[in-house]
Design a protein around this ligand. Structure first.
Ligand SMILES: *Cc1c(COP(=O)(O)O)cnc(C)c1O
Length: 406
């Protein structure tokens, strides 16, 4: 019998604990490893430099670290992938994926919206990439002989658009598809089973889950991940072993956290949709918001991130709303135990091209809410009082706005 996800999440990466005689993962902070046998160390060095496991000495911690290796094995197992490579942050992981693609071809096909940093890295010319931005249904027509990668995010940051991974994989043909699955976590979605070549996570978010670790991880087939490990070794974006330890520590409670947060998000999304101070709510669990019926087919549920637009769609109204919140933390990031809120236009997506922001409904009055583990009633109480205060302050402030923009 194959153990359930919950069971594997508790035990993944603990395969050798009985042999080691330990109960908690050993934290190895070594920056270097003894190499008394030089020929053996040289062979190990060569193996590590090409992304393979060490043969004997691990040589140097930029090449291999046992604590990080343990965490990688655990996340690979939960995603149903052969292998994984952990990086210093989600963006270090995205950068490695793009550098690897650039070595195989110059062209990338991408679907917006994406996380602001990823959008920026693709558009900024940093890796001399030629990016075609297309709608998900137009990927096949955009593929060229030099297309090295198709890059998508689902659910997408910040407005929760869902993309049909199997359909994208079919359209991409022999071109590898990378799915940023940060919002879904392996609890709700496992893109490898739908044909994705690579799955990327900002592990800073749900996987770490407690707001105290910055990390990125990519899972996929062995040759591809070995190339990413090679890139990681030569460019240095390794995950610190203490961060690896904390990331591993987040995994046993991942399912509990994600399902509970999702339950609360579902309640808040419905209440926000009924509020007279809210123009629009973006949440795939709301009626009519998943026309392709991706939930149930690709995702086990809508997740715990939602976004909503204030009736007064302005930076001033957003500032009043944010400053009135008592319980919810105004901060970027997501997937933490506490509820976080931020306006993407002002913060996470401010570096995205203005026309692309507008096309993705990223306006000054859009707030992205990452629902935490507090009770739904306490969170609603906080949101409702802040929405009320925006409403009562609106007339005076809209007068000021007219003056200042005249
Ligand atoms: C936060 C985030 C990233 C970037 O990850 P960092 O760990 O902040 O570098 C990438 N993709 C998505 C969807 C994110 O939310």
């Amino acid at each position: 019998m194959t153990p359930s996800f919950a069971t594997r999440a508790v035990h993944a990466g603990r395969h050798d604990f009985n042999d080691l005689g330990v109960h908690a993962p050993p934290l190895d902070l070594s920056s270097t490893y003894p190499t008394p046998d030089l020929a053996a160390a040289a062979a190990s060095y060569d193996a590590l430099a090409s992304g393979e496991r060490p043969r004997g000495s691990a040589v140097y911690s930029r090449l291999f670290n046992p604590t990080t290796d343990r965490t990688e094995r655990a996340v690979a197992e939960l995603e149903g992938a052969e292998d994984a490579a952990a990086f210093a942050s989600g963006m270090a992981a995205v950068a490695a994926v793009l550098m690897d693609a650039r070595q195989r071809g110059r062209h990338i096909v991408a679907v917006r919206p994406l996380y602001g940093g990823t959008d920026h890295l693709l558009s900024s010319g940093t890796f001399d990439l030629d990016v075609s931005w297309v709608a998900a249904q137009n990927i096949a027509a955009a593929i060229r002989p030099d297309t090295a990668l198709v890059y998508i995010e689902t659910p997408a940051n910040p407005t929760l658009e869902l993309v049909d991974i199997a359909d994208v994989v079919r359209q991409a043909g022999s071109v590898p598809v990378c799915v940023d699955s940060t919002f879904a976590t392996p609890v709700l979605q496992r893109p490898i089973t739908h044909g994705a070549a690579l799955v990327l996570h900002s592990a800073t978010k749900f996987l770490g889950g407690h707001g105290d670790v910055l990390a990125g991880i990519v899972v996929g087939g062995h040759p591809h991940i070995a190339r990413l490990k090679h890139l990681r070794a030569i460019t240095g974006g390794v995950l610190h072993p203490l961060a690896s330890y904390l990331l591993h520590r987040g995994l046993p409670t991942l399912e509990l956290r994600v399902l509970r947060m999702q339950q609360t998000a579902d309640i808040l999304a419905s209440r926000l949709a009924e509020s007279s101070q809210v123009q629009r709510v973006f949440y795939p669990g709301l009626p009519g918001q998943d026309p392709q019926r991706i939930i149930g087919r690709q995702m086990a549920g809508p997740g715990s991130i939602l976004a909503f637009t204030l009736v007064e769609d302005s930076a001033e109204a957003m500032q009043r709303f944010i400053s009135t919140l008592q319980l919810i933390t105004p901060a970027v990031s997501l997937g933490s135990t506490d509820t976080l809120i931020q306006p993407p236009a002002a913060l996470t997506h401010r570096i995205v091209d203005p026309a692309a922001q507008a096309a993705s409904h990223i306006t000054p009055g859009l707030a992205r809410l990452s629902v935490g583990l507090e009770s739904a009633d306490d969170l609603w109480h906080d949101l409702a009082q802040a929405l009320d205060s925006v409403a009562s302050a609106a007339p005076a402030h809209s007068g000021e706005m007219l003056v200042s923009t005249a």
